[in-house]
Design a protein around this ligand. Structure first.
Ligand SMILES: Cc1cc2nc3c(=O)[nH]c(=O)nc-3n(C[C@H](O)[C@H](O)[C@H](O)COP(=O)(O)OP(=O)(O)OC[C@H]3O[C@@H](n4cnc5c(N)ncnc54)[C@H](O)[C@@H]3O)c2cc1C
Length: 180
């Protein structure tokens, strides 16, 4: 499930990262955290408050020190085959030829965000070096020298166009940090 998702265990737990029907919440057993007064605590599964691409770490500024994962034993050959299958799906459907921060927008509750963006005619839309991927409309890619400002402008353009044309609010999956 984590194959092809770049990052660390800390980032994956905070974002409840996942793909193809499985998320970190399905494999985390406990996590050791450091709070801002310097204390350490162990969180059990329910204390992580996992939701879609969200966890307690969105509101509590704890630092994840280590995590215990519970993994199922499986046959090596079957696991390797599944990994190959997922890698193939990713390469076919996602724009791995261009830099990106992954899927820019969250899946909608009653709609497929990438499909909506595509139906609004936004595939291939460019602002500066930022572009809505032609391969997967849910990704904004760096098509060459994109600045953070290009990416943010394109995100706003996509959100407002989708809202104007469909009345749907699409939410960011990526986290924007620093000055806008
Ligand atoms: C090509 C590509 C494909 C991707 N595909 C997927 C996908 O299929 N599914 C998916 O869920 N995500 C996907 N992502 C997004 C991303 O890889 C995941 O969200 C990943 O889990 C982020 O991990 P990171 O270590 O890079 O965290 P960062 O992006 O560096 O940080 C994410 C957040 O976690 C916090 N954080 C990081 N470490 C700690 C820590 N130790 N303690 C407390 N907070 C911490 C950061 O402060 C930040 O708020 C993709 C990204 C790319 C570029």
């Amino acid at each position: 499930m984590l194959l092809g998702i770049p990052g660390t265990i800390g980032g994956a737990i905070k974002m409840n990262a996942g793909a193809y029907g499985k998320e970190m919440k399905d494999i985390v057993y406990s996590t050791l955290i450091l709070d801002y007064s310097g204390g350490t605590h162990k969180l059990n599964l329910s204390e992580h408050k996992f939701e879609y691409r969200k966890s307690i770490f969105a509101s509590e500024k704890y630092i994840i020190l280590e995590s215990t994962l519970k993994l199922k034993k499986g046959r090596k050959s079957e696991i390797e085959n599944r990994m190959k299958e997922y890698a193939k799906l990713r390469m076919e459907k996602q724009p791995y030829d261009k830099p990106s921060a992954g899927s820019t927008f969250k899946r909608g509750e009653d709609f497929i965000t990438a499909k909506l963006i595509d139906e609004c005619g936004l595939k291939g839309k460019k602002i500066g070096g930022a572009k809505v991927s032609e391969k997967h409309a849910g990704f904004i890619v760096n098509d060459g020298n994109a600045t953070a400002s290009d990416i943010l402008k394109l995100i706003e353009h996509v959100k407002s166009t989708v809202y104007d044309k469909t009345g749907k609010n699409i939410e960011l999956e990526i986290e924007v940090i620093g000055e806008k």
